[in-house]
Ligand binder design. Structure first.
Ligand code: UDP
Ligand code: MG
Length: 332
């Protein structure tokens, strides 16, 4: 029987009401596992909270939990950002800290990524560990099977997104996959070493590979506070995710250009033959204008598309850090 260390990584942005509840719920899971006697290994939980530039009392709450952890002999580490850098940055910081090791330098054997708002039921961690013991996989990820309580239009767009993504990107993203997963150290390490600054975790998890098992759960409403997503930010997230993992739009643009060029060549030949055989006919003013406007539009749209990629290259080449740390209780 091995004693395995698990880092529970929690990205938090304005979650002051939820942190303590989450901590207690996960602690209860640890106790439950220890008492059940159904597991091959024994597990020792520690926590890494990432305060993503919250403007409420989130950091104070985390510090309270850290003090409480000290009494309960549970390591509770935190990293607080200098401003809100987004969930992707928070996830990255948490995984990096886990790989570096927060407790006496030895990295954790496993890491669990979980939302602070209790939309990811902590009891599922038991199921995840069981599955990992049974199958010896590298990762167990959760998948929402219902989108109950979510606006219909959001579900429809989400489905469209997964369809496009899986069709045009080389990676497979599972519909309903959420950022709630258990990962072995080697997978965490692979992810933490990916240098890109514009990060799309759903894609990265799939890209790094490793054996992943899926468990399903029903959608749960967040405990307190509101979702940080707006229609606009979700749309932007979807486009970013797509562009991060697909270059097919560029290939389409190229193919489209090729088809037009071939068509024009054919049309050109037909016109020459017609002129030789039948002489000149009256010029078509309206059709000329239409064609000019149409292709003007297409060219500008494709330039914009190329711009999207160049813009990302520009940001990527700057090599700015993904986040800036303001304070932390993790010793260097
Ligand atoms: N989150 C974060 N930074 C952000 C936005 C969200 O760390 O800029 C965290 C948030 O505190 C929560 C998780 O990411 O723990 C999921 O966020 P949210 O509940 O808003 O997303 P949803 O569940 O609606 O997809
Ligand atoms: Mg949520």
């Amino acid at each position: 029987m091995d004693n395995k260390r698990i880092d529970i990584i929690v990205p938090c942005y304005n979650e002051e009401q939820n942190i303590e509840v989450l901590y207690e719920a996960v602690q209860a899971v640890e106790t439950q596992i220890a008492q059940s006697g159904e597991y091959r290994d024994s597990y020792d939980f520690s926590y890494i909270f990432i305060d993503d530039g919250s403007t409420d009392g989130t950091l104070e709450q985390i510090k309270r939990i850290a003090d409480r952890g000290a009494e309960e002999l549970t390591a509770v580490k935190y990293i607080s950002f200098s401003r809100n850098f987004g969930k992707e940055a928070a996830i990255f910081a948490g995984l990096k800290a886990s790989v570096k090791g927060t407790k006496g330098g030895r990295p954790a054997d496993l890491a669990v990524l979980i939302d602070a708002d209790l939309q990811h039921p902590p009891q599922l961690i038991e199921e995840m560990l069981k599955k990992m013991e049974e199958t010896d996989c590298d990762s167990v990820a959760a998948r929402r099977v219902s989108r109950k309580g979510e606006p219909k239009i959001r579900s429809a767009f989400a489905r469209l997104f997964y369809k496009l993504m899986n069709r045009y990107c080389e990676i497979e993203i599972v519909d309903g996959a959420v950022d709630f997963r258990l990962m072995a150290h080697r997978m965490v390490k692979a992810i933490a070493e990916m240098p890109e600054t514009q990060r799309f975790s759903k894609g990265i998890f799939a890209w790094v590979g490793f054996d992943t098992e899926w468990i399903e759960f029903e959608n749960v409403k967040r405990l307190s506070g509101e979702s940080k997503w707006t229609v606009w930010s979700l749309t932007k997230y979807a486009i970013d995710g797509f562009i991060d993992f697909a270059d097919s739009p560029l290939k389409f643009a190229g193919a489209f250009g090729g088809i037009i060029a071939a068509g024009s060549a054919l049309y050109f030949i037909i016109e020459i033959i017609k002129t030789i055989v039948m002489g000149k006919d009256t010029p078509g003013y309206a059709s000329t204008i239409c064609l000019i406007l149409f292709f003007g539009g297409v060219i500008i749209a494709i330039l914009g598309l190329i711009g999207e990629y160049i813009g990302r290259m520009y940001l990527e080449t700057k090599g700015r850090p993904v986040y800036v740390e303001k304070e932390s209780n993790i010793e260097e």
